[in-house]
Design a protein around this ligand. Structure first.
Ligand code: NAP
Length: 278
């Protein structure tokens, strides 16, 4: 349970959701320093308060720092990297957990919305690799890119999310191959829907603006018939896999079967995907 004890970790998108769960787990494991990156300073300082109270509860001495910036913007990403090199001379782990999901049919997907999704899910990761990789190369560290089951499959009604997350999967593989000699390892993590308090309510606006969308598409994973992953357990599994320098983490594990079936028969894969989603 102490894979990252006394290490320094950076969580891009660490002020809420999965990123905050990962930061919480790192504090529990006795990480030396955790740096959160996000755009909204109020959210960042609320996250710091919550992490400090976790640290007190588990008697952890983790130092929590924040850097505010928009990683989809190249200049702000460069500024984040500059600040990071000043506050953390050595970095062991960077988790890029920034991402935005979507709901909608292809019939109503606009070029503008697709660009927003690619910026949020792919360009942020590209900038993280370009600006932070030298720090990880120096420490032979790990970069985790948070994808989704939508990096592997493209069910109906997820707007432009699967298109963007497939792009992220390609980015992860290319980065792993191009940077392997540098010492930095790249892992892609593909979780299914994650249990959260606002599940089922986050996409109401997108559903109401797309007349062709069934109400089930509001649900996590666009109505995927799988139980939401426990975010704390997911965070522990991501950190364990990163410490073992795995290439790919897919959860729930049964999604491996659909991947295998689809590789053998696209028709059967499509049929299963149709029956397991809204
Ligand atoms: N939620 C799920 O069920 C689920 C399932 C599978 C995969 N995922 C993936 O897991 C990751 C986390 O998802 P989540 O739902 O937990 O996210 P979330 O709660 O919406 O949190 C996103 C985080 O990223 C930050 N952020 C967003 N855009 C940013 C930008 N351009 N630059 C810097 N920071 C930015 C946000 O803070 P600010 O807004 O203040 O910047 C926040 O800290 C995403 O990649 C998502 O696709 C989620």
């Amino acid at each position: 349970m102490s894979d990252w004890k006394d290490k320094t970790a950076v969580i891009c998108g660490g002020s809420s959701g999965l990123g905050l769960h990962l930061a919480t787990e790192l504090v529990r494991q006795g990480c030396k320093q955790v740096v959160l990156i996000g755009r909204d300073e109020t959210k960042l300082s609320q996250a710091v308060d919550s992490l400090r109270s976790v640290a007190l509860t588990v008697s952890s001495k983790t130092l929590v720092r924040t850097i505010s910036g928009d990683l989809s913007n190249v200049d702000q990403a460069a500024n984040c990297a500059k600040t990071l090199s000043q506050i953390a001379p050595s970095v062991d782990l960077i988790i890029q957990a920034i991402g935005v999901s979507d709901r909608g049919t292809l019939a109503s997907l606009t070029r503008e919305r697709l660009h927003e999704l690619v910026d949020a899910n792919v360009v942020t990761s590209l900038h993280a690799i370009q600006h932070f990789s030298s720090m990880l190369a120096a420490s032979r560290g790990v970069m985790v890119l948070v994808g989704s089951l939508s990096s592997l499959f493209a069910p109906r009604f997820l707007g432009g999310y699967s298109i963007a997350k497939h792009g992220l999967a390609a980015l992860a593989q290319q980065a792993r191959l191009e940077y392997s000699e540098s010492g930095m390892h790249v892992m892609l993590c593909c979780p299914g829907p994650i249990a959260r308090d606002d599940a089922g309510k986050r996409y109401e606006q997108r559903v109401s603006s797309d007349g062709n969308l069934p109400a089930e598409a509001l649900q996590p994973g666009g109505g995927a018939k799988i139980k939401g992953l426990n975010p704390s357990e997911l965070a522990q599994q991501i950190l364990r896999s990163a410490s073992r320098r795995k290439e790919l983490l897919i959860l729930p594990r049964k999604a491996w079967w659909l991947r295998l079936v689809t590789a053998i028969s696209q028709r059967l894969g499509d049929r299963i995907l149709r029956s397991k989603s809204s």
